[in-house]
Design a binder for this molecule. Structure first.
Ligand code: HSE
Length: 309
């Protein structure tokens, strides 16, 4: 592969993502405008990968133990003579938040490196490299964070028999996120999921997924509202999130369309069709956590409609 190094240094803002969007476990995801990480990458005289974190989260800087390093190494394995890379990462998307932190590091790094090198790799290749980072982080190479992170908007992903990513149309929506400042590792949150479910439960769940996808495509707010349900994963995973039921019922009481666990949690998100409703929902969720004494952060944001590249 011939590399055409066009840029000295690339800086990118990498969006948080909400995987699953309630019912679409491992197949639906959306990018949001807040929070986001900052990634800078440049070619280094030293061979190999150097990673520096400028945030306070103590993530490993050894490239073999850092998802950004793992993803970039997967990309470098496809080059005949890869240059050395020096990466600086400042995370605002907390590790273990359920907001696609590992996906942002992995995808952001390979996307920035691709620009630096004159874009030799396709979007699909970038997704595959980033999925190696996800495999290192959670044991599963899921794409429902890295795909929306790259493409923006809402993405529908299927991986059998081949990886297929479709971006969906959607109506204007406001996204309220409450992030309890506790860490839930995706690998742990995947272990508690039932490995088998009854057919009638599966039928309900795929009805919700189909309804949600149709609701986004038709910009049908009522169909979206009726479809934001999860009868498979939420019952187990929500036990890891303090006050989950209260948050959800207060948000729906305040006229959120619905919502649930963001990715594998602990962040909880709610979709709203109006800014004034979203403000009210944020306030209600805020009240519950303020009383609980658990440290938390909220965001009122929108779907990030623009692709990363
Ligand atoms: N689909 C993945 C899960 C997303 O729910 O485990 C993790 O961010």
């Amino acid at each position: 592969m011939k590399l055409n190094i066009e840029n000295e240094e690339i800086s990118l803002k990498i969006p948080a993502t909400i995987a699953n969007i309630v019912c679409g476990f491992d197949i639906l995801g959306m990018a949001v405008n807040e929070p986001f990480d900052d990634i800078k990458i440049k070619i280094s005289e030293k061979p190999g990968i150097q990673i520096k974190h400028t945030d306070p989260y103590g993530l490993p800087e050894d490239p073999k133990k850092n998802v950004a390093g793992v993803a970039l190494q997967a990309m470098m394995n496809e080059m005949d003579e890869p240059p050395g890379f020096s990466i600086s990462i400042h995370k605002n998307i907390l590790p273990g938040s359920g907001l696609g932190s590992s996906g942002a590091s992995a995808l952001g790094t390979v996307a920035a490196a691709n620009i630096l090198l004159g874009k030799p790799f396709s979007h699909e290749q970038l997704i595959r490299f980033a999925m190696e980072g996800e495999r290192a982080a959670s044991g599963t190479a899921h794409a429902d964070n890295v795909a929306p992170c790259l493409y923006g908007g809402i993405t529908l992903i299927s991986s059998e028999p081949a990886l297929q990513i479709n971006t969906l149309p959607y109506p204007e929506l406001f996204v309220v996120i409450l992030h309890p400042q506790i860490e839930v590792k995706t690998s742990d949150s995947r272990k508690i999921i039932k490995k088998e479910i009854q057919l009638k439960t599966a039928v309900r769940q795929w009805g919700y997924i189909a309804g949600l996808v149709a609701g986004f495509c038709k910009k049908d707010i009522e169909l979206i509202r009726r479809s934001l349900n999860d009868v498979v994963f939420e019952p187990a995973r929500s036990l890891l999130i303090p006050k989950f039921k209260e948050l959800k019922s207060a948000a729906i009481g305040a006229e959120a369309l619905g919502g649930g666990i963001s990715g594998s949690g602990p962040a909880v998100f709610m979709l709203c069709d109006q800014m004034s409703v979203a403000e009210n929902v944020e306030e209600k969720m805020n009240e519950i956590y303020t009383k609980s004494g658990i440290d938390f952060k909220t965001y009122l944001t929108t779907i990030k409609s623009t692709p990363l590249l």
